[in-house]
Design a protein around this ligand. Structure first.
Ligand code: NAP
Length: 274
């Protein structure tokens, strides 16, 4: 599907690079079909030498060349960037935005420049583990998106991890859970590692034990398809060590704290979008 399409990235920063790397390393697309428009000279040099992709002179040039446009600039400047390319936009091109907090309606409005246009716009919310191809991306298609275009969006983000599809109204909840989620997990990893050090382990050993425990437990949930509650019960013997640890977690309201974190981040995401 995607193989013969030309993909253009507006903005060649961290998220764009993660997607480019994922697509190329999974052979989803050839480097000669990837274009990027990026103002920073050092970044241009890096992207061309590292990935052999093509840098174009400006955003308009990029739009002319690409069948699929991935808009990967900061949310603060996206409106101005989209207005700048509106004249070259038509329904044949698929536009995929990774910008946090920018609704499909705003993207369509900026790309229409006052005219009635049928546009194919997909909004996505990836997360940072995309950099190591273990991200998860929520995909929300706008009204004008065809089934083949939607499939292309999934293909692109499956190159950097997994995808889910949600109605746009749920994107704030996605932001609160998987968008901000890596930071929650980093904090948990740091805390468990600190705990190991407190109990006399070296920092290296404590971090290694923690990271593999988090990774292995997540894999166990995924690969067995068993609920986390059931897996927890299976490692909790009567009067044993694990139930003693779990009791301490309950006393510290771990579950309520994590639910509060996702709720707060979701509400903040809504606030920022408004
Ligand atoms: N990083 C993440 O984990 C993550 C997760 C979810 C969503 N996102 C979204 O991804 C988008 C990009 O984030 P990022 O972390 O990749 O940011 P980033 O590293 O700052 O990348 C943005 C790039 O766009 C370039 N740029 C600025 N103005 C431009 C213009 N007019 N035309 C073309 N390119 C331009 C910037 O160049 P200069 O540096 O020279 O200005 C920079 O290289 C954001 O909208 C963010 O909300 C990121």
């Amino acid at each position: 599907m995607l193989k013969n399409k030309k993909i253009g990235f507006i903005g060649g920063g961290n998220m764009a690079e993660a997607i480019i790397k994922g697509m190329l390393s999974s052979s989803l697309i050839k480097a000669s079909n990837v274009f990027v428009s990026e103002p920073s000279k050092s970044r241009q040099t890096f992207l061309t030498s590292e990935y052999k992709i093509k840098v174009v002179k400006d955003n308009l040039d990029l739009v002319k060349k690409a069948d699929v446009l991935i808009v990967a600039v900061k949310p603060q400047i996206i409106n101005e960037v989209l207005i700048g390319i509106a004249d070259q936009m038509d329904a044949k091109k698929l536009v995929i935005s990774v910008a946090a907090g920018v609704p499909v309606s705003k993207i369509e409005e900026a790309l229409s420049s006052g005219k009635k246009k049928k546009l194919s716009v997909v909004r996505t919310m990836p997360n940072t583990p995309a950099v190591v191809q273990e991200g998860v991306t929520a995909i929300s298609p706008g009204k004008g998106v065809s089934k083949p275009d939607l499939k292309i969006a999934h293909e692109i983000f499956q190159a950097v991890g997994r995808t889910v599809e949600v109605p746009e109204a749920q994107i704030d909840a996605v932001t609160g859970l998987s968008g901000s989620g890596p930071a929650y997990i980093f904090m948990i990893i740091e805390a468990l590692s600190d705990a190991g050090v407190k109990m006399g382990l070296s920092r290296d050993v404590a971090t290694e034990l923690t990271v593999q425990t988090v990774l292995g437990s997540a894999m166990l949930v995924r690969e067995t398809g068993t609920s986390p509650g059931e897996l927890k019960n299976r490692v909790t013997s009567p009067g044993g060590t694990t139930i003693a640890g779990l009791h301490a977690l309950e006393k510290g309201s771990l579950r309520a704290t994590l639910m509060n974190a996702v709720e707060k981040a979701t509400l903040r995401s809504k606030e920022l979008a408004d």
